[in-house]
Ligand binder design. Structure first.
Ligand SMILES: Cc1cc2nc3c(=O)[nH]c(=O)nc-3n(C[C@H](O)[C@H](O)[C@H](O)COP(=O)(O)OP(=O)(O)OC[C@H]3O[C@@H](n4cnc5c(N)ncnc54)[C@H](O)[C@@H]3O)c2cc1C
Length: 403
């Protein structure tokens, strides 16, 4: 086991850190206070090649590995979770699923444009009555000659009003349950497709969150992503990717909490000494640091498995669960270190605290991830698929044995 990053991975990490500090940080507070999506910033992200990170070169990508992608995502999240959401959705929920499930024509059409930022994508799974219960899709896709006609509503869709293409999960045959589901690549300028921004959010205020409405949206058969009946599999694949980037985001949030708390603790004085000299303040900072390091290791292990091309549902789920909940603990403690000033929007901790909350909600709530992990432990359903060895050591030493 090698804990060292390669020189390329270190360079990417530094590059992303510098970009985040120079280009994202100066605008974060204003964008948050005005609850505005920053199109200029998105263009800079695109122009600097961030959206091209892990796609193969033949589709306009930079062919980075998942460890590099994890480090980039962490750095963006360290500075701003809203920007991290834009980045995560584009890569994990749109580019990667097209790469994995798309036809050659779909890959050639969409991937170079997504990599360059000429196109932005979104992923539409959640509906007003289908969140955790993702198999209960009410959006319908009805075959009509060589087209499908889609009707339904999606909610809480990140990048929803700015997207040029949406992955839409829909039911074609309710009698077949999740095996009747299909995934479609829907261009958002297709007649009958509309979106509406969702406001009044607790956090992620400068992230674009929307409802999508599909009113007799006609798409050709060739718009299907994967085969008929594979929509649920596509959706679960998307979540495996999206959850990973949320876990990376959690590490970034924890690192931000450590950074702002340590700086403040060595400035602020009480009872004639720096508050960082009080052991109870040190204890909070120690907890943040240990959680951050545990989270980073879980993320990098999941990244390593992704780079090996083996199933990683279990590892990704563990990383997402731990990092989301630990980031919330860290944000809670960061506010505590700031005392009353932590309750003010004058300092970044208030925004970090609000933004951290969603990590335990989207891409599978923490309850759903506890179900995935516990079912795996109990042998009720193997997260990494059939054939997974029961001996935990084998799980990690023989990944090639997995399906
Ligand atoms: C800011 C934001 C951005 C989002 N972006 C996207 C996006 O881009 N695309 C997309 O498709 N979705 C997106 N979502 C939706 C998100 O994934 C869902 O909100 C999430 O999956 C939970 O679904 P729900 O809100 O319907 O909650 P519910 O499923 O109604 O859950 C409510 C509560 O019940 C619990 N619960 C539900 N089922 C069980 C169970 N079986 N066992 C134990 N507890 C259970 C949950 O854990 C939760 O505590 C986003 C959400 C937010 C807030």
């Amino acid at each position: 086991m090698d804990f060292n990053l390669t020189s390329d991975q270190r360079a990417v990490w530094q590059w992303a850190r510098d970009f985040a500090d120079k280009e994202i940080a100066p605008k974060v507070e204003e964008n948050d206070q005005k609850a505005q999506f920053d199109f200029d910033l998105m263009k800079k992200i695109a122009d600097n090649g961030f959206f091209a990170a892990i796609l193969p070169e033949e589709y306009g990508g930079q062919a980075m590995d998942h460890i590099s992608y994890a480090l980039m995502t962490e750095e963006i999240a360290r500075v701003d979770s809203s920007t991290r959401t834009l980045f995560s959705v584009q890569i994990s929920l749109v580019e990667k699923p097209i790469m994995e499930w798309g036809s050659e024509a779909q890959k050639k059409h969409y991937l170079p444009k997504l990599a360059s930022g000429e196109m932005i994508g979104c992923f539409g799974l959640t509906e007003p009555n289908a969140g955790s219960d993702a198999g209960n899709q009410q959006t319908r896709a009805v075959k009509d000659g060589d087209h499908y006609v889609l009707n339904g509503q999606k909610t809480w869709i990140s990048n929803g009003t700015i997207a040029h293409v949406a992955i839409i999960i829909a039911q074609t045959d309710p009698s077949k349950g999740h095996k009747g589901m299909c995934a479609f690549l829907v261009d958002t300028d297709t007649k009958g497709f509309t979106s509406q921004k969702m406001g009044n959010k607790l956090g992620l205020k400068s992230s674009d969150t929307a409802e999508l409405f599909l009113d007799n949206v006609r798409v050709p058969e060739s718009a299907m992503l994967g085969k008929p009946g594979e929509g649920f599999k596509v959706a679960m694949y998307c979540l495996d990717q999206g959850r990973f980037s949320v876990a990376c985001g959690g590490v970034g949030v924890m690192q931000a909490c450590i950074d702002v708390s340590t700086e403040y603790a060595m400035e602020r004085e009480a009872f004639g000494q720096k508050i960082g000299e009080f052991q109870m303040v040190q204890s909070m900072i120690a907890d943040m640091a240990v959680d951050c390091e545990c989270g980073r290791l879980l993320v990098l292990r999941a990244a390593h498995k992704k780079d090996q091309g083996v199933r990683n549902t279990r590892e990704t789920s563990m990383a997402k669960l731990f990092c989301a909940d630990a980031a919330n603990r860290a944000a809670y403690n960061a506010v505590q270190v700031f005392g009353g000033y932590g309750f003010s929007e004058e300092y970044p901790v208030a925004r970090i605290y609000r933004d951290a909350r969603v990590l335990s909600l989207y891409e599978g709530t923490s309850q759903i991830h506890r179900i995935i992990v516990s079912h795996d432990e109990l042998g009720l359903r193997a997260a990494n698929g059939p054939g997974m060895p029961n001996n935990p050591i084998d799980r990690y030493s023989n990944p090639a044995d997995l399906d």
